[in-house]
Design a protein. Sequence first.
Length: 131
Amino acid sequence: MGIDFGEVRIGIALSDPLQIISQPFRVITNNDNTISEIQDIIKTEEVGKIILGLPVNLDGEDTKKTMEVREFADILKNNVDIPVIFYDERYTTVEANEELKQMGYGIAESRKVVDKVAASIILKSYMENQA
């Protein structure tokens, strides 16, 4: 499972069982039900690990957003029984917006799906770098 964390929305992507293809899955609202929704997805979709996008600046150093993601990761780790792995997510939202633009999505339409597309890019990149 790939996750693109946001204060308002969280993008979720899943891979196939052979970990070859990454697909956008869902966008969930970041609220009090977030962890239980992720737990449900893990159970229903038989997820083996979480790849969590870690936003760092261009120099690879932590930002305010990085610290928010690290805090979310700590909460996740305390509530799931699978590994949570950080993965550099620099440029994924930009790349996701470019993909959506090429597919003909307007700005309003793309806001609804950009997070799950970014999660898919994070997961795809992670899988490619594991090969």
